[in-house]
Ligand binder design. Structure first.
Ligand SMILES: [Zn+2]
Length: 370
């Protein structure tokens, strides 16, 4: 939910109504009245999510059509799909290696870490002793100043890259990343969830979502280093649960806990004034068992289940309309949202020094408590 809100906050702007292909303009084109902007994402989650999916699909379909017009041989199906998706990625510069912010952050963090290692090598008990002249310092800041001014050391200075980025490519990158994460949870593909968590952690750092930042950091560190091989594998394997059976029906564990808590609350509310600590305990212990017995009875007596899934609305008409609109002025890769000319991608705003300090702090916490 938070992910979708991020995208709406960044890209859904009334001022972009004149930009060809912007979210706001496409929303008006297909007249999605239930899509109203970032403030209502939580209240009206489904229409907002659906709209985001449809816009992403339209861009991809339009890019595919462009690529196919250029000519693409289809000897082998898999090869064909691979080739065409690579070309679509190139259209919007979606490759990770082309993302200059990520390599900048990585280089900065490595350099800052190397500097810190050198400084710690000169640490004696609770103070720093200069290896070159023997002078002692209790404060790290003064020690750094001494090294740079007296001995002409060059400590790494993190810089933020200031150049503007293409908002369309960034929009698609984020949208596809979040779509892939949702899919990995639905398929219980823990390895993919953890892989995507690296990016999401960076986005949460950039957009200052401290709760998710810590949560994703812990998820990554647990699977990479804190847990052993076996536990790490189990963690990834059990990243989501399937309550109703069927492929793509898994939900993340925290949602499952929420559902369970709601069930317990509902039961508890039926007791009115009679509820007590004991009765709550009873309910907590029995709700799952009762549910299992009920399911079993329904199965043996072949009771018709009421469908809990909602019918899926066909949005292909809307997508076709958007694709036609996007392609009317030539190739999709030339689409540019003019009001986003000064757009900076979120990752370019990350301060590597702050991030390094944050990681150091988390490491200390992990050392003490985990
Ligand atoms: Zn010195």
């Amino acid at each position: 939910m938070l992910r979708h809100m991020c995208i709406y906050q960044l890209f859904y702007k009334a001022s972009s109504s004149m930009d060809t292909g912007s979210m706001y303009q496409l929303r008006n084109l297909i007249n999605r009245r239930d899509v109203t902007g970032p403030d209502d994402v939580v209240q009206k989650f489904r229409p907002h999510q659906q709209f985001l999916e449809d816009v992403t699909d339209s861009y991809i379909v339009a890019a595919c059509l462009d690529v196919m017009e250029e000519g693409c041989s289809n000897k082998n199906n898999i090869e064909f799909v691979e080739k065409i998706s690579q070309k679509v990625m190139d259209c919007f510069n979606l490759g990770v290696t082309e993302n200059s912010s990520i390599s900048r952050i990585r280089n900065d963090l490595e350099a800052i870490h190397a500097d810190e290692q050198k400084l710690f090598a000169m640490r004696v008990n609770d103070h720093y002793q200069c290896a070159l002249c023997g002078k002692c310092f209790t404060s790290l800041v003064w020690f750094k100043k001494h090294l740079t001014s007296k001995h002409h050391w060059k400590l790494h200075q993190a810089n933020t890259n200031e150049h503007c980025n293409n908002a369309v490519g960034q929009f698609l990158f984020m949208s596809l990343l979040f779509r892939d994460t949702c899919d990995s949870y639905k398929m219980c593909d823990g390895a993919r969830s953890v892989c995507n968590a690296h990016f999401e952690w960076l986005y949460d750092s950039a957009l200052k979502h401290s709760k998710y930042k810590i949560w994703l950091w812990r998820m990554i560190t647990y699977t990479l280093s804190i847990l052993g091989f076996r536990e790490s594998f189990e963690y990834k394997w059990n990243i989501s649960v399937n309550l109703n059976g069927g492929i793509r029906n898994n939900i993340p564990n925290d949602n499952a806990v929420e559902i369970q808590v709601n069930n317990i609350k509902r039961e508890l509310n039926t007791q009115g004034a009679n509820k007590s600590y004991e009765s709550a305990k009873q309910i907590c212990m029995t709700t799952q068992v009762i549910h299992a017995i009920k399911q079993n009875l329904m199965r043996t007596s072949r009771t018709a289940k009421s469908k809990s899934t909602r019918p899926e609305a066909d949005k292909s008409g809307d997508i076709m309309k958007m694709v036609e609109f996007l392609r009317q002025k030539g190739a999709i890769k030339n689409v540019c949202w003019n009001s986003f000319q000064n757009f900076r991608e979120p990752l370019s705003g990350i301060n590597a020094e702050e991030l390094h300090a944050w990681i150091g702090e988390q490491k200390r916490i992990a050392n003490m408590f985990m």
